[in-house]
Design a binder for this molecule. Structure first.
Ligand code: XMP
Length: 528
């Protein structure tokens, strides 16, 4: 395995991602990890290499973290990135100079291809025949003198030492960021490091991961009982399947129906988990309780808070009945870990208060079991497939915790939810059933999230010989890679026409369908 030491760069998780894309297992640990841990990992023999991440800090600053000294003594290759390079230089006897001028963005770096790391890796050649790399740089400080034993590996006019190597000891460092996609050869460089220089096999895959994870869960919980809030979303579903595989009936899932789920969702969850897999599930129908609390409430944030609070209450009541439960399992995934860590700085403005099962209070006195904590979304999906979950469940669009509660504008009523559920199901059915002729994928797979929104306004229509005066439904479909920004999907007109006519004909109470053509920002994906 590869150990990644994190010095607080926002892109550290991308290093892990690239390493795993090379088929190599890796773990991220804090940059100031106990040297004893590094020594222990090395002694066990599984440690093949160490990567030092970038940081927002200056290697020169007094409170800078230093790399545990034994990282350079445990006789495995080390790759320093940005701050990791500066720390390496400083700790091994080179020089780093401080600058309050930050340079960041696209850069062209001259690659000195004589090292194993860069040999044959380049984007283009200059007329003089120098190999060049197109990279992404972000740094203020820079290395100004090579440590003894190192040679120059890369340079730019403003950063003469943009890469260095001591090949005898297996130490490499680059000032640019190979983990971001803007560095075109970044994947090639990281693959070269972990596979060829560290000698990892590149055979890490999901079935291996399943057996490792199952063993870890068994060891962690022993004979204890575990409860898990199953929402039907990808993350909690995969967590449930994995934990069930590990401990069977020691796991009990609680599935809360708040009355704001999609059409037939409860039945589907029960069919997949209880019937097909034999998972113990308590299905709580709390729809009346939730809808009761939402009467007269129009403000989106107030609705979210109520739904979140009721959810905690219902879940807690069920958990309280399972007296022997010692663990609370959650489908927390790696980006959630990063996001909530980032959230602690309080710098980001809260646009919406998202609610997840993650908000459960400590009063349950349960220990947390989060077996997906180190996985990215696409890895969670692969894990779900490896565990035998249906692809349609594993590849489904995300669904917000407050459900239809944020897709019915203003006050939530059962009548509205029932109309919306049926309209939404028609939209999704047509997206799943329509294949794009160019890509041969369905429009469901070509969109990242798609749903219907209920607008509690009435407009006039005509049906047969009669006048109608009914509600409006908006269709929303977006394409995005991270849900932070999104484009509205350019769905074919024929598809929109079919969805519109089916909704108006089949859902009595809706006589007008509109399509949302706003991107995020400035609009958000959900309407509330
Ligand atoms: P917005 O509307 O903020 O949504 O552009 C971005 C993504 O987050 C989802 N979302 C939520 N997910 N609890 C959740 O678990 C929530 O309260 C919540 N609100 C929005 C939204 O569906 C989209 O995928």
């Amino acid at each position: 395995r590869i150990l990644i030491l994190d010095y607080g760069s926002q892109v550290t998780q991308l290093i892990a991602r690239r390493v795993r894309e090379a088929g190599v297992y890796c773990e991220i640990h804090p940059g100031d990890v106990d040297p004893a841990f590094v020594a222990e990992q090395a002694a066990q023999g599984g440690l093949k290499g160490i990567i030092l991440s970038g940081s927002h800090a200056s290697a020169y600053a007094e409170d800078a973290f230093s790399v545990p000294a034994n990282v350079f003594d445990v006789k495995v290759p080390v790759l320093g990135i940005c701050y990791g390079m500066q720390s390496m230089a400083q700790q091994l006897g080179g020089e780093v100079s401080f600058s309050d001028h930050r340079e960041f963005g696209y850069a062209e770096v001259r690659a000195h291809g004589h090292t194993r790391l860069l040999d044959g890796i380049e984007d283009f050649r200059t007329p003089e025949g120098h190999g060049m790399l197109k990279v992404w740089m972000s740094h203020g400080d820079k290395v100004t003198a090579l440590p003894p034993g190192f040679k120059l590996m890369a340079s730019t006019p403003s950063c003469p030492i943009a890469g260095m190597a001591d090949e005898e000891r297996g130490f490499y460092a680059v000032q640019f960021h190979p983990e971001v996609t803007h560095t075109l050869q970044g994947q090639a460089l990281l693959t070269r490091f972990v596979r060829e220089i560290c000698g990892c096999e590149g055979d890490w895959n999901m079935p291996d991961y399943v057996s490792e994870a199952v063993a870890r869960i068994r060891e962690q919980v022993g004979d204890d009982e575990v409860i898990l809030g199953l929402s039907g979303g990808v993350d909690s579903s995969v967590a449930a399947a994995l934990i069930h595989k590990a401990i069977g009936d020691q796991l009990t899932c609680v599935f809360v129906d708040h009355g704001l789920l999609r059409l037939n969702e409860g039945e589907q969850v029960m069919a997949t988990f209880a019937d097909a897999m034999g998972v113990r599930i308590i299905h709580v129908d709390a729809s009346e309780q939730f809808l009761g609390k939402l009467v007269g409430v129009e403000d989106p944030e107030a609705k979210r808070k109520i739904i979140g609070r009721e959810f905690v209450e219902v879940f807690q009541a069920e958990a309280g009945k399972l007296k022997s439960a010692r663990w609370l399992a959650q489908g927390t995934i790696y980006p959630d870990v990063i996001e909530s860590a980032g959230g602690k700085t309080g710098k980001a403005v809260a646009i919406k208060s998202h609610h997840n099962v993650g908000g459960l209070p400590d009063t349950l006195n349960l220990k947390l079991l989060e077996p997906l904590r180190e996985l990215f979304k696409d890895e969670v999906r692969k894990l779900g497939i490896a565990l035998g979950l249906p692809p349609a469940m594993v590849y489904r669009h995300p669904f917000p915790g407050p459900g239809l509660g944020v897709r019915i504008l203003g006050e939530v009523k059962k009548e509205y939810a029932d109309l919306l559920r049926r309209a939404d199901a028609i939209f999704i059915e047509e997206l799943r059933g329509t294949v794009d002729t160019v890509s041969q994928q369905t429009w469901y797979d070509l969109t990242s999230q798609a749903f219907a929104v209920f607008l509690p306004v009435k407009s006039v229509g005509v049906m047969g010989d009669g006048r109608t005066y009914d509600y409006v439904v908006a269709l929303r479909a977006v394409q995005t890679s991270d849900f932070m920004t999104a484009d509205w999907a350019q769905l074919p007109y024929a598809l929109l026409a079919k969805v519109s006519s089916r909704i108006i004909n089949e859902v009595r109470g809706i006589n007008r369908v509109v399509y949302d053509v706003s991107s995020k920002p400035p609009a958000t994906i959900e309407w509330e």
